[in-house]
Design a protein. Structure first.
Length: 416
């Protein structure tokens, strides 16, 4: 997270001082670094430069139009999981021919919208979905380009909620059924079979599961080619982990090195769907200390951000580094605290039993590595307006989503 560093004793995002930013836009605030976003995208571009490829950013990680537009301008495609994400990707200027549509529950309406937009590919997750997509495409007089999401049954060794490539997962078609499902797809005249896809999990910190999975996928591609089903595209999914604490995930280059020999031999176009590894370390959640509270057995630091703003600690037991924005605090006393929000739930915490530089009321804290699955998973629980989002570029910044107002929160509701 080198784009977030102390200058003149204040934590900055690029060249913008976070205390100055907080004074201007308020807290809680999500703050993103444009340079960090582009750096990771370009690292993928470089790592896969040796093969035809498209980096399809997984929109669900951070779907802000300012973020998407920045990535679109730098050449990114999009991996979308809903009609809403299709709308965002198109609004942000991502070319339709760089958009992939993923997810196990696409509706007919979403399929129609994506066919109308003429996207690159549908990643289909079941035989039932294949038949519906075929029918929708034929009604429209077009052919839908498809890949089957194959479940390679490998253990990605990550949190169970984000492990998706095991036999027991709801995702994809089991490898054992893949050939039969492809043969059915090849017979459907509304479909054009172009590829195979996998996505084995998220926050992966070892390359071995990918090596296993891509070898299984390559064997499938060869079998399909023997049966005259010509696979031209292999989509290896997303999932590259980031450093939250002491993880040492592979670099973009190490990740590509594991996949590329197999893919090059197949002579395919390679698609990657990174989300977290692009946005995660490009953002922080900036929050202010409201109160300190000593409850005898425990000490609490109560801040103005809560589980509705960042649910990862409550949902996945995720660990986010918390830094004082005032660097001078680092020279002072240290204490063990729970950092909690104002929401009426015991699960409303950002950190538990954490050794932190003692923070006083009014202090700013930065919850690090919050650029992915942060704002995107936020809610209005407790009728809390969602935070403002700011995109920093050098010494300037843009409010890319204004803080919600109370009016926003009741818009669309009716009193009888
Ligand atoms: C969530 C998801 C991704 C992105 O995963 P990251 O771990 O954020 O890189 C990519 N592809 C699919 C199908 C997904 O569901």
């Amino acid at each position: 997270m080198e784009h977030f560093a102390y200058r003149n004793f204040e934590l900055c995002c690029e060249r913008v001082s976070l205390p100055a930013l907080a004074a201007d836009v308020g807290t809680p605030a999500y703050v993103y670094s444009k340079a960090a976003l582009l750096e990771s995208l370009l690292a993928y571009e470089r790592a896969f430069a040796g093969v035809p490829h498209v980096v399809c950013y997984a929109v669900k990680a951070n779907s802000n139009l300012g973020v998407l537009g920045t990535l679109a301008k730098a050449g990114a495609g999009a991996d979308i999981a809903s009609g809403g994400e299709l709308y965002r990707a198109l609004r942000a200027g991502i070319p339709p021919k760089k958009i992939l549509f993923a997810g196990p529950g696409k509706t007919r309406e979403e399929m129609r919208d994506a066919l109308k937009a003429d996207i690159l590919m549908f990643n289909v997750e079941s035989a039932g979905e294949l038949r519906v997509l075929d029918a929708v495409a034929r009604e429209m007089g077009v052919r839908a380009p498809v890949a089957l999401r194959v479940n390679p049954d490998v253990d990605p060794q990550t949190h169970p909620y984000i492990a998706t490539g095991l036999k027991s997962a709801k995702f994809g078609v089991p490898l054992a059924e893949a050939v039969a499902t492809y043969e059915e797809a090849a017979r459907l005249s509304g479909l054009e079979v172009v590829g195979v896809q996998m996505h084995i999990g998220s926050q992966l910190t070892r390359t071995a599961p990918w090596a296993d999975a891509v070898a299984r996928l390559a064997a499938l591609v060869r079998t399909l080619r023997e049966r005259t089903i010509d696979i031209r595209v292999v989509d290896v999914g997303g999932g590259l982990g980031i450093r939250y604490r002491e993880e040492t995930p592979p670099t973009h280059a190490e990740y590509a090195t594991v996949l590329l020999p197999v893919l090059r031999e197949l002579g395919v176009t390679v698609l990657v769907e990174p989300g977290r590894s692009i946005a995660g370390n490009a953002g922080v959640l900036l929050t202010r200390v409201l109160y300190r509270k000593d409850a005898g057995a425990k000490r609490f630091v109560i801040v103005d951000a809560a589980m509705n703003d960042l649910i990862r600690p409550a949902l996945y037991d995720a660990w986010h580094e918390i830094r004082p924005v005032d660097e001078a605090r680092l020279g002072g006393p240290v204490e063990t605290v729970d950092v909690v929000g104002p929401v009426c739930e015991s699960g409303d915490f950002l950190a538990k039993d954490r050794r932190l530089a003692a923070a006083e009321e009014g202090d700013l804290l930065a919850v690090m590595s919050a650029g992915a699955y942060g704002f995107a998973m936020s809610s209005n629980y407790n009728t809390r307006p969602r935070a403002v989002e700011v995109l920093v570029d050098g010494s300037g910044y843009t409010i890319v989503r204004r803080r919600e107002t109370y009016e926003d929160l009741v818009a669309g509701e009716t009193i009888l």
